[in-house]
Design a protein around this ligand. Structure first.
Ligand code: NCD
Ligand code: ZN
Ligand code: ZN
Length: 387
């Protein structure tokens, strides 16, 4: 539901299924305080944080302590994802039940290893028994190899090692077949493909849905708005996994948001220090961080194609549906998670104002509309824009 009120448009606060908050262990990049404040400033009421921290989120006590700490901060609500394997090192974790009991809402291999098929199948079986989702970073590591950008005419022209679309499609196809096999045996384990970036992989997900398989996917705004042409700058700011693809891929993904084959949006907020991102393209870490810009970026660039209702759905109810959560509502009397959006006022992107520790962005200086002015989480103000 969208309520048009004086001074802004009210919507349920957004839900982010994919953010790297770097706590514990890499708090020079981000921490719970900066990351959840950034999320609230972006209009998010709930954030699922990824487990590729130091140490890895594979331990119930660690999950509990993160949730407790986040609760004291009063910004966006934290719902941690746990790793599928111990230390993300390829050995299947037997204790998924304890991680769920501690508050983990998702299991994922995002950010480190390429799970072998057997480990993924075990995790899917366990997650099915627990009624949970397994999310995957779908790239075949051997095909991705040392690619630093999309493999294609631009990578060839620049002489940079490429990461082919087939790395994603091959992994998605493999994972769908594992789900198909389990589903045929009466164990329909739920698979969620994170940061899906290619037309071919989307075709595979669409086909899986037609077969009635419990497969969902998310797409990131950076894969819609940026393409491999950006790598002509040789700036590692544009280095991300999976890589920025072609304009044709970006168009195709937008089509998927329109026809429903893409389930939801997620940013894959992946902050690194400025020094790390200023390194040579071949050495710099992958990741783009822009949780504070997600709605303004989507509304300004794609609002006319998606419409407000669909865009809000993709950032509120749709991620909740992927997770099997009850959808957000604006029921009278309930403590609200809501955001007030200024859909019209144009503002220049100024990364110095970011709450995130990553105070740089590909969209610096660009003019966007749709800025959150107020975010309420559990009935409390979590963000209010100054000025
Ligand atoms: C992520 C990170 O920095 O943790 N980087 C990225 O480029 N997306 C890892 C990931 O999402 O796979
Ligand atoms: Zn990933
Ligand atoms: Zn990620």
């Amino acid at each position: 539901d969208v309520l048009d009120g004086r001074g802004g448009t009210v919507a349920p606060a957004f839900t982010e299924l994919h953010a790297h908050l770097r706590e514990p262990g890499q708090t020079e990049k981000e921490d719970l305080h900066s990351g959840l404040a950034a999320a609230a400033a972006g209009g998010y009421g709930t954030v699922v944080c990824m487990p590729n921290t130091r140490p890895v989120l594979d331990d119930p006590a660690l999950i509990r302590s993160l949730i407790e700490k986040a609760g004291r901060l009063g910004y966006a609500r934290l719902k941690p994802a746990a790793a599928i394997t111990r230390g993300q090192k390829g050995e299947a974790l037997a204790e998924l039940q304890y991680l769920k009991d501690a508050g983990a809402v998702m299991f994922t291999d995002d950010g480190l290893t390429n799970e072998n098929a057997r480990v993924l199948r075990l995790a899917l079986e366990t997650a099915h028994a627990l009624g949970m989702v397994i999310s995957v970073h779908a790239e075949d590591a051997t095909l991705r190899a040392d690619g630093v950008m999309n493999e294609g005419p631009v990578s060839e022209e620049l002489g940079l090692p490429g990461n082919p679309a087939a790395a994603e499609a091959a992994r998605v196809a493999r994972d769908i077949e594992i789900v198909a096999g389990l589903t045929a045996q009466g164990r329909p384990a739920r698979l969620h493909v994170q940061h899906l970036s290619t037309a071919r992989a989307l075709d595979l997900v669409r086909d899986a849905k037609k077969r009635g398989l419990p497969v969902t996917c998310e797409v990131c705004p950076h894969h819609l708005d940026l393409t491999d042409e950006k790598l002509r700058t040789f700036d590692a700011m544009y280095k991300v996994a999976p890589p920025l693809r072609t304009q044709a891929d970006a168009e195709y993904l937008l089509g998927g948001l329109l026809d429903g084959s893409v389930d939801c949006l997620a940013t894959d907020h992946a902050p690194h220090t400025r020094a790390e991102k200023e390194r040579d393209l071949l050495e710099a870490p992958s990741g783009i961080a822009y949780i504070e810009l997600a709605f303004p970026l989507m509304w300004t660039r794609f609002g006319h194609r998606l419409g407000l209702e669909r865009l809000l759905d993709l950032m509120t109810a749709a991620p909740a549906r992927v997770m099997g959560w009850t959808e957000p509502s604006l029921d009278a009397g309930a403590p609200a998670d809501l955001v007030v959006l200024d859909l019209d006022t144009e503002r220049e992107v100024n990364p110095a104002e970011f709450k995130s520790k990553a105070k740089f962005t590909p969209w610096q200086g660009q003019t966007l509309r749709g800025w959150p002015t107020l975010t309420v989480v559990d009935g409390q103000v979590a963000y209010q824009r100054e000025g």
